[in-house]
Design a binder for this molecule. Sequence first.
Ligand code: ZN
Length: 136
Amino acid sequence: MELILRRKDWNLMRAHVQVNAPLEACGLLAGKNDLVEKVFLIENHAKSRVRFRMDPKGQLKAFKWIELHKLDLIGIFHSHPAGPETVSMTDIEEAAYSVVHVIWSRTPRDWVAHGFWIKNRQVEEVALMVTDGEQP
Ligand SMILES: [Zn+2]
């Protein structure tokens, strides 16, 4: 299982988590099958260092756009500015959608991202592929 992202979308997410640190940042990923076509940067309504709650208005706007463009919600991303590099217990308990959860965490050198599939409290790693081409 994998999730494919274009470099520009990858950079967009990375910049978003960076600018919001030390608070958690979040957003949605829309696309078809395993290819991300659009990244939505959503405000973290919780304004917290350890949890996120997507701004309901921003989320609704994204859902409408996704429906209008006949895409699917295929991922959710958020950051762990102070770690861990994996999903937290809260993430597992609050996983509301069957989509790939992308977690950005800050290491001493840079941000790293990992993908996870969470279902029935089971966590499986999903490979994240970044492509430079417009059409992978
Ligand atoms: Zn988390």
